[in-house]
Design a binder for this molecule. Structure first.
Ligand SMILES: Nc1nc2c(ncn2[C@@H]2O[C@H](COP(=O)(O)OP(=O)(O)OP(=O)(O)O)[C@@H](O)[C@H]2O)c(=O)[nH]1
Ligand SMILES: [Mg+2]
Length: 290
């Protein structure tokens, strides 16, 4: 087997259940908002999404745009736009970027309602479904869209199935169904990129591999960040000890039994990204992957 190939068959039970639930309600959906992480616009994209959302219009929302390397991520924005998707970037935590999604949905609905009026039907409210892999920011976005009124508003039973809807505004409802999906991973780099952004966990891929992947990627693409955070020893897979010694010094991590505290340092590296200490990075390199 090619060493770059990997076959992670994770949470198959959950995954099948979510897909089934989505298939059951998809006829009611007008627009799917597919949330991906702007730092890994390829790795966090659910590649087989079309197989369970049928032909529904899809908005790709690149969340965490505030954390990405915009120059690199914008290449992916163009890539998806050229494929015909509506692409929106933003920060779901602060600011008003979520309003661009509302505009995008209304824009799509113009066409839907135009067709309806041609058939003599009244305009309809949009039913929006938000989906994405874990930790990409779905809940944060949903809370903004519904103005943090999720619990206040309560659940409103759907029309045909027992699904609940939450009002976004007079023209848009959010379909409240578990939108967590797991990407199909067949490529080792994709798995490592997902793990680097804390999307897949330690049970699936070991933390020392993830930490080394982060170091290597930063050293190759964001050298000044790498030097600042981890010291002046360039990344070299054959020289891990010296690198970890340097990190111990720069980050003030005491040695453990005469050696760098590998475990603590690995966690520190992963946490540097998770805690947003390291920003302006995009791990999916457009030229390498397309
Ligand atoms: N900087 C930044 N952080 C974000 C953004 N969106 C979400 N986050 C953070 O990302 C983390 C995960 O966000 P959630 O909204 O819980 O993600 P989720 O997709 O609902 O995750 P699951 O429920 O596990 O599937 C949280 O710490 C959020 O504060 C964003 O646009 N920018
Ligand atoms: Mg969530």
């Amino acid at each position: 087997m090619n060493e770059n190939k990997i076959n992670i068959n994770w949470y198959p039970g959950h995954m099948a259940k979510t897909k089934r639930q989505i298939k059951e309600i998809i006829n009611l959906v007008d627009v799917v908002v597919h949330v991906i992480d702007a730092r890994i616009p390829f790795s966090s994209f659910i590649s087989d999404i079309d197989s369970f959302i049928s032909e529904k219009p899809q908005i790709i929302f690149m969340s965490k745009y505030d954390l990405c390397d915009k120059c690199e991520t914008n290449k992916w924005v163009n890539y998806y736009k050229n494929k015909g998707y509506k692409v929106i970037t933003g920060n779901s935590k602060i600011g008003n970027d979520y309003l661009k999604i509302i505009d995008g949905v209304l824009d799509i609905m113009k066409d839907v309602n135009k067709k309806r009026s041609e058939k003599g039907l009244l305009p309809k409210k949009a039913n929006v479904l938000v989906v994405g892999v874990t930790n990409v920011g779905k809940s944060t976005l949903i809370n903004r869209l519904v103005n943090k009124r999720v619990s206040e508003v309560g659940n409103k039973p759907g029309v045909t199935k027992n699904i609940s809807k939450i009002k976004i505004n007079d023209k848009i409802d959010l379909i409240d169904t578990p939108g967590v999906l797991w990407p199909k991973i067949t490529d080792r780099k994709v798995a490592l990129n997902l793990a680097s952004m804390s999307i897949i966990k330690e049970e699936v891929i070991q933390i020392d591999e993830v930490a080394l992947h982060i170091l290597e990627t930063l050293s190759e693409n964001y050298e000044s960040v790498y030097f600042k955070m981890y010291g002046n020893v360039k990344f070299d897979i054959n020289n891990i000890e010296e690198i970890y010694e340097s990190i111990s010094k720069v980050r003030n991590i005491p040695f453990y039994q005469g050696e760098p505290d590998y475990n603590r340092i690995n966690n520190l590296i992963i946490n540097d990204i998770k805690s947003e200490r390291i920003k302006n990075i995009t791990f999916d390199k457009f030229d390498e992957m397309c």
